[in-house]
Design a protein around this ligand. Structure first.
Ligand SMILES: C[S@@+](CC[C@H](N)C(=O)[O-])C[C@H]1O[C@@H](n2cnc3c(N)ncnc32)[C@H](O)[C@@H]1O
Length: 452
């Protein structure tokens, strides 16, 4: 079952999975092990890849220097590993906070440690003086950010605004980004919210509100961890390293931004068909780091998110597949879903069928874009979890493979590195989705496609 990270060090969230034994060529792709690995530990992310899984794939699939693409880069596990192994890497990531995390990590080996350390010392002095001497912060909470309870208690808020005042005063762009990540990755820890794993009010889950907290000390601790990691990456990154970058845009818009036949290897994991709301769960980061200003911008992000969300499409009359797999198992499953819970209005099967159809339409668009950017003979490895909607198991891996074939890719195989995965609340809630059959388990697959 999913759980929140503990205080101080980890403030985002992850899904926690059972590890089922399985015979597969791939290591377990889940993020958990990254929590202690330099750089990867900066920003925990839902369903992030494990470093070892990515490294294993890159070593196996690329013999010389290649170009690696991650269309759903998250916080950059694939991109960082590609950089460390000397490849060129490019990622797409629609969430500006995740994209900022990728960018900061990918550029971290260029940071001058002495300058960074000086700024951390200056920050500690500024914060110490300001908290003791009745300093009145100039920064204000982001006006567009609304929450049911105060996000920060008054004492904590004052300290947070002091931190932001200091960050705003930094002239050096890359150093400022490091400070923003240090604040972003700790900011929920001292708020009245926590990850359960969705962002929830602390009082709603029986936790006390936070009236005071050593905010500056927590940010400084994170910054010192980052200094150590930057020393590490400066030693590890090869002298002849490749170009590595992230584009803060939807991969569906990649035709403007990426040449066709430019990638040797795609290694990625799109959002799963589990309605996990990446945008809502990063609202604090997006607003407080000034990456989003208004609910309208949040809505736009939501609409462009891969697979959309059930909430976005549940009221539509009937979303159809916009590609031709008419007599397929997928079509039959969608038809079956629409017949379920018809008395439950938007909570019934039609809404979930709309969500699934939207999701697979996006899979189709994604694979068409992937086909365009892959070089001849190039491989796409796509990690994806199955899903259970209204008690119906949806083998997303098999459907994805069929759609891949439809767009002209060859299916090399589907492997299951982890046999059981305990789903999040949306999967298990019988109010919303009906009980899953005992025999259906959740799993994660690696779908391997090749461009002939
Ligand atoms: C499963 S996570 C990827 C995690 C990643 N493998 C890592 O190790 O951090 C999926 C990511 O896709 C991003 N995303 C969703 N829709 C997207 C789109 N249309 N284009 C690019 N990224 C998108 C989400 O914001 C999320 O970070």
């Amino acid at each position: 079952m999913a759980r929140a990270f503990d205080l101080m060090q980890q403030t985002l969230f992850e899904c926690d999975f059972d590890h089922g034994g399985s015979a597969s060529d791939f290591l377990d792709p889940a993020f958990a092990g990254n929590k202690i690995i330099p750089l990867h530990r900066w920003v925990p992310w839902i369903a992030g890849f494990s470093r070892d899984f990515v490294r294993g794939v890159l070593q196996r699939y690329l013999s010389g220097k290649g170009t690696v693409l991650d269309p759903f880069a998250g916080v950059g596990t694939t991109l960082v590993e590609a950089l460390l192994l000397g490849h060129d890497a490019v990622g797409f990531e629609i969430n500006p906070y995740a994209a900022l995390s990728c960018k900061t990590k990918l550029e971290s080996h260029k940071i001058r440690i002495d300058l960074f350390a000086d700024e951390i010392a200056r920050f500690q002095k500024f914060y110490f003086d300001a908290t003791l001497n009745g300093y009145r912060p100039k920064s204000k909470p982001p006006p567009g950010f609304r929450t049911r309870s105060d996000f920060y208690g008054p004492e904590v808020l004052r300290k947070v605004l002091i931190v932001i005042d200091f960050i705003e005063s930094l002239q050096d762009g890359p150093l400022r980004e490091l400070f923003r990540i240090a604040f972003g990755s700790t900011m929920v820890t001292y708020s009245n919210y926590s990850y359960e794993p969705s962002l929830s009010r602390r009082v709603a889950v029986g936790k006390a509100e936070i009236t005071d907290y050593p905010v500056g000390e927590t940010v400084a601790m994170k910054l010192r961890e980052m200094v150590e990691d930057i020393k590490w990456i400066r030693r590890e990154v090869p002298a002849n390293h490749g170009k590595a970058s992230v584009i803060n845009a939807s991969f569906m818009d990649s035709h403007h931004l990426l040449s066709s036949r430019s990638a040797d290897l795609i290694l990625t994991s799109p959002p799963y068909l589990n309605n996990y709301h990446y945008n809502r769960n990063t609202r604090p980061h997006l607003y407080w780091l000034g990456l989003v200003q208004s609910p309208a911008e949040m809505k736009d992000l939501e609409n462009r998110n891969f697979g959309k969300y059930w909430q976005t499409v549940r009221e539509l009359s009937s979303v159809r597949l916009d590609f031709d797999l008419q007599d397929s198992e997928l079509q039959q499953t969608l038809d079956l879903l629409r017949t379920k819970g018809t008395d439950r209005g938007i909570y019934g099967g039609n809404g979930w069928a709309n969500y699934a159809a939207t999701y697979f339409n996006d899979c189709h668009q994604f694979l068409r874009c992937a086909h365009r950017v892959l070089k001849k003979g190039g491989t796409a490895l796509i990690v994806i979890g199955n899903s259970i909607l209204q008690g119906t198991m949806i083998p997303t891996d098999r459907h994805l493979a069929k759609i891949g074939e439809l767009v002209g890719l060859e299916l090399v195989g589907i492997q299951i590195p982890r046999a059981t995965r305990v789903g999040n609340s949306i999967i298990q809630s019988d109010v919303r989705v009906g009980k899953a059959k005992k025999s259906d388990s959740l799993y994660e697959s690696v779908v391997e496609l090749r461009k002939p």
